[in-house]
Design a protein around this ligand. Structure first.
Ligand code: ZN
Ligand code: ZN
Length: 532
């Protein structure tokens, strides 16, 4: 009882006063120490148990494995695992669930999976730990394949399983899989609690089906702040600023749930992407005044982004200077991004200087500044900035695009020729580029965000990963059907422009999710209004 309330020292005193201890009292002390972070003391009692000739049982090991404070105890965890293997306790499902969990927390997914695979009887807790472990470590495909295995073994998922698998689908933008999980939820009668429904909203919004997300939201009997935030954030992702603001007002007038920092961030982000400067300004000022939510650096960055996108660069700078907090990299980064859109070199230099001081290791800012110089035809300055990146040996995140065809995810990188249908993909790209040029398309080389040498630029832009993925989508799907792709970085100006032309000449709807938001391309126009 004392251990469970965190009073380990009182428990220890009582334990030491006992005339006679057995395995049950020792187990209580071991797990009490371990769960309160006193891992070494837990090991001490375990040694006493072994030294006195006592026999450990499964509870001893479940208590001893430092599931609650794994960091810094990696080698100890492996030692305990070794002991468990030797003594044969790995056949016990509580023990092996604890081993799996500690490896997941230590980010060793391979060891976790091995422990999981040898479990003779897998508990619900171990399935959930493994699936959510994959999802949280970004191994979304593994999470999904394990869930499929669970389905084929007829193990019924519970709300925890479905919420983690939906988050994996959302990360991956895998709409077909997400819908399949939704069907399973309905079919197996998984308790439709607020967490599952919120995970469904998040999945549909991030996979591009904002209407379906709203239907689920409206059907929820009980909503919490996370559900409202997920829906508002979804509208922001789709550039539907008005809808986000309207829903935010509904939230306020419902009088049931108070907006928190995440709510404000979601609605401000939606205002920024929807160009709603007045609303955004008003909401920002109401934060502290009406709702006692103190704006954090992320809220300030969002405001700078909003003012900057709308071309109010001077006001954005004044806003930073007046801010009562120290402007961090997010704030200056937002200003630098706006300088690129509006080709303001002098302000860009000021923002970059701050950023180089704050985050000297981040190559993204150097690339951005270099591009701003070259867009203004100041090539020597652009080259100086690029040399800086090279001399510091910084590496940039390579761009890649995902596309889901018949339940399989395909990944393309820039200039990728690894796909088996590579030849057909390039031929298709060539064919549509011809039609696009006839319709008035010109390559925009200044827009190549991903720092390549000048002479390579034009040819590289032509084969950016999203163009390859779209070409593959065109040859692999029925004419007239929608194409959905996901880009890990912000889509570049040329790819954005090209996708508009592709949607026109092929009469397809193309939905692109990039690092910031969704773009719905239809008949030569993008839903973002060229504002992203
Ligand atoms: Zn591109
Ligand atoms: Zn767009």
């Amino acid at each position: 009882m004392y251990c469970k309330f965190g009073e380990v020292l009182v428990a220890e005193e009582l334990f030491r006063e006992m005339d006679w201890v057995d395995v049950v009292s020792m187990n209580a002390m071991i797990s009490g120490y371990s769960s309160n972070g006193y891992v070494e003391d837990a090991v001490g009692v375990f040694k006493e148990l072994i030294g006195s000739g006592g026999k450990p049982n499964p509870s001893t090991f479940v208590g001893l494995i430092p599931v609650f404070s794994p960091f810094g105890h990696e080698s100890l965890s492996r030692c305990i695992h070794g002991f468990i293997l030797k003594s044969g306790f790995d056949r016990n499902s509580s023990v092996s669930t604890a081993i799996t969990t500690v490896y997941i927390r230590l980010n060793d997914m391979e060891a976790a999976r091995m422990a999981f695979d040898v479990m003779p009887e897998k508990t619900m807790a171990s399935w959930n730990a493994m699936i959510s472990g994959y999802a949280q470590n970004g191994l979304t495909e593994m999470a999904i394949s394990l869930f499929q295995e669970m389905q084929s073994l007829k193990v019924q998922p519970n709300p925890v399983t479905t919420a983690s698998i939906l988050s994996a689908c959302a990360q991956l933008g895998a709409l077909t899989l997400g819908k399949w999980v939704h069907q399973i939820i309905n079919r197996e009668g998984v308790e439709p609690n607020v967490y599952v429904s919120t995970a469904l909203i998040d999945m549909y919004a991030k996979c591009g089906s904002i209407g379906e997300a709203r239907r689920i939201f409206d059907a929820m009997r009980e909503k919490n702040d996370v559900s409202w935030n997920a829906m508002i954030m979804g509208y922001g992702l789709h550039g539907q600023g008005q809808d986000a603001v309207r829903l935010f007002q509904d939230m306020l007038s419902s009088n049931q749930i108070c907006p928190n920092g995440v709510t404000f961030l979601s609605v401000l982000n939606a205002c920024s992407h929807g160009g709603l400067v007045e609303e955004g300004r008003r909401i920002f000022h109401s934060m502290d005044g009406d709702y006692r939510v103190r704006p954090g650096p992320e809220h300030y960055a969002c405001m700078v982004d909003m003012l900057g996108r709308a071309g109010k660069l001077k006001e954005a700078l004044e806003f930073i200077e007046r801010a009562p907090i120290d402007a961090g990299p997010g704030v200056w980064g937002a200003l630098l991004g706006a300088c690129k859109i509006h080709k303001n070199t002098s302000l860009a230099q000021l923002a970059s200087k701050k950023l180089f001081e704050l985050e000297p290791e981040n190559p993204g800012y150097y690339v951005l500044l270099s591009n701003i110089h070259s867009a203004n035809r100041n090539y020597s300055k652009a080259a100086t900035v690029r040399d800086e990146v090279k001399s510091q040996r910084m590496t940039k995140t390579p761009g890649c695009t995902l596309i889901e065809i018949n339940n399989t995810m395909y990944t393309f990188t820039s200039g990728d020729r690894s796909h088996p249908q590579s030849e057909a993909i390039y031929a298709k790209l060539e064919e549509i580029t011809g039609k696009m040029v006839e319709a008035g398309y010109r390559v925009e080389t200044d827009a190549a965000l991903y720092d390549v040498e000048e002479e390579e630029k034009e040819s590289m832009v032509r084969v950016h990963s999203e163009k390859l993925a779209i070409a593959f989508g065109l040859i692999s799907t029925e004419p007239g059907s929608e194409i959905r792709i996901i880009k890990n970085l912000r889509v570049c100006l040329d790819c954005h422009n090209a996708t508009k032309f592709i949607s026109k000449v092929t009469e397809r709807v193309i939905v692109v999710r990039d690092a910031n938001r969704f773009h719905h391309f239809r008949d030569g126009v993008c839903s973002c209004g060229d504002y992203w």
